[in-house]
Design a protein around this ligand. Structure first.
Ligand SMILES: [Zn+2]
Length: 360
């Protein structure tokens, strides 16, 4: 076996050598420079620079105050109901939140696009993320009207869907962190709801199997409750990637066991959360920031009760006063545009191949 393999390898190598030799003169004819020298000539370079400048001029980075190292709000909701409470937003107020955000130039993206630095928002706009914990029925409720099933227009999904229809440039996204045994509390409709969510830009996230306190469980216990959640979700959606965990009550595993919030295995079921969300209380860093830590992501409480000055409306006001802190898109998903003052705050490794554009 071995000699014949060597012969094959020799023949392949010979073919490559011959092909390269054969091609070189042609290439040289078409392009007078050899590959090593195939850098643009100074004139071409100028032209390229001018083209770059023209592109940049198209979007006036300074004018729109582009800052893709600015902060992004991951909003935390729980219930959507009739009566405003600490962990409940009325349907009317939730609609108001979306309206206010939209009018102030915020656009909805998915949690995944945020953590993967895959932000596609028009130039001058600010991305934000929606999250809902606990999977209450009012997050996603299906009702029957004239013998037909439809999404309750007063539940979270119903409100978001309606808002997207009215504002096609609003974006899409929304993560529902559920626990078991009956997420969204309509047992016979779980699969139908999950399929709708997965097909419409939403995510189903982990919130442990039974809203367990991860700070009190053993390493074994932590892995059991998190893996059981993933297993249950995958029973409805085979192969579904549960990539995010919202810590129940914001409590994570203690000390060194914190890593089991992100990754672990139980009974042959593995989980791999690339995002772990805390409870409260401030906007999250840009995914290219030196401060970005995807397994410790802070969230903003989308409430107007007991927010201690760190709720959604407090932060909206804060960004109005300090617009330089806000993430503002350059409109180009392939570049990361920042003012020179942010240069030291960007972790180049997190650019993941995207071009860093620094403007003065
Ligand atoms: Zn919870």
């Amino acid at each position: 076996m071995k000699p014949s393999k060597n012969i094959v390898a020799f023949i392949i190598a010979l073919i490559i050598v011959l092909a390269v030799t054969a091609c070189t003169p042609q290439t040289a004819e078409e392009h007078p420079q050899s590959p090593e020298q195939n850098q643009p000539a100074p004139a071409e370079l100028d032209e390229e620079l001018q083209n770059e400048e023209a592109k940049v001029e198209q979007v006036d980075l300074k004018g729109i105050k582009a800052n893709e190292n600015g902060q992004i709000m991951i909003l935390m909701y729980h219930g959507i109901g009739d009566k405003e409470a600490e962990w409940m937003r009325t349907a009317e107020n939730f609609r108001k939140d979306l309206e206010v955000l939209y009018n102030k130039g915020y656009r909805l993206i998915s949690l995944k696009d945020y953590i993967e630095n895959n932000i596609k928002v028009e130039a001058g706009y600010t991305p934000f993320v929606l999250t809902f914990d606990d999977g209450a029925q009012n997050n996603f409720n299906i009702i029957e009207e004239n013998g037909e099933r439809k999404i309750d227009p007063g539940c979270a999904v119903g409100i978001i869907e309606e808002f997207k229809k009215e504002h096609p440039d609003f974006g899409s996204g929304g993560s529902f962190f559920v626990y078991y045994p009956i997420p969204f509390r309509q047992k016979e409709l779980i699969k139908e709801k999950y399929e709708f969510l997965a097909a419409n830009g939403y995510d189903i996230g982990n919130h442990s199997y039974n809203h367990d306190n991860l700070g009190k469980l053993s390493i074994e216990g932590i892995q059991e409750t998190l893996a059981k959640n993933v297993k249950s979700t995958q029973e409805y959606l085979p192969g579904y990637d549960v990539y995010a965990l919202a810590l129940p009550n914001g409590i994570g595993p203690k000390g060194d066991s914190y890593k089991y919030a992100a990754q672990g295995e139980h009974d042959g079921v593995k989980y791999n959360h690339r995002a772990v969300l805390l409870v409260g209380s401030n906007p999250a860093p840009s995914p290219v920031s030196v401060k970005f830590d995807p397994i410790r992501l802070p969230r903003v409480r989308a409430s107007e009760m007991k927010t201690d000055g760190v709720g959604l409306y407090d932060w909206l006001q804060h960004f109005e006063k300090k617009p330089e802190k806000r993430y503002i898109s350059d409109g180009n998903p392939d570049t990361v545009a920042i003012p020179e003052s942010e240069k030291e705050n960007v972790d180049e490794i997190k650019l993941k191949g995207k071009e860093l554009v620094i403007y003065k």
